[in-house]
Design a protein around this ligand. Sequence first.
Ligand SMILES: Cc1cc2nc3c(=O)[nH]c(=O)nc-3n(C[C@H](O)[C@H](O)[C@H](O)COP(=O)(O)O)c2cc1C
Length: 214
Amino acid sequence: MMGIIRCLGCPSWQVIGNIQNQNKMKQIILIIMSLLTFSCSSKAQKQTTDADTQSDKKILVAYFSCTGTTERVADAIAQAVSGKLYRITPAAAYTSADLNWNNKASRSSVEMADETSRPALGGETLNLQDYDVVFLGYPIWWDLCPRPVNTFLEKYDFSGKTIIPFATSGGSSITGSVKQLRKLYPKIEWQAGRLCNGSAKQAGDWAKQVANAE
Ligand SMILES: Cc1cc2nc3c(=O)[nH]c(=O)nc-3n(C[C@H](O)[C@H](O)[C@H](O)COP(=O)(O)O)c2cc1C
């Protein structure tokens, strides 16, 4: 072995005067080089396989949004993780009067004051079987998710699925809403989620990281 190591450091084959059978030596070196090549190529193969596993995951990015803020974030996340974007669409769209939180009689105020409120949904029907991971986005309403999000979670069977929540808000955190979602839907694997009030790029980078860890 020492001979081989010394040989590799030599400028030419002629210098190795003490090695009687140079052909044998060449053969040994060729075998070592083949083994090294094989080891490198199997490492590369493994990396390709890992990358494939990540990109093979089917991701749904479902969101509810009335004034477009959460929609922009959802769009960036769907692009970052190559997910399918799905809009949670209320059967009756919310008008700006409906969204007036200063008015106790507005639609959103009435719905949020009633824990059992489940506004009807429209939009296309989902086939949840098609997805492995679900990102769920919504605006914070009175520290919670809007009631149409509850309708959505009860319309389909999310048991055993992992849901990664994300939200936008005027400043409130996502924590209260996730706590309530965990309590209402204990069969769903809830992740901590993230408030995405920063840039769309930040949201996309975060989502990519989370999706790859799944
Ligand atoms: C009815 C209603 C209630 C809201 N409640 C809160 C709240 O409790 N905390 C907060 O920080 N923002 C609150 N907001 C602000 C929204 O969370 C914020 O504007 C959000 O980014 C809007 O998202 P969208 O454009 O996707 O609908 C509320 C907005 C509405 C319409």
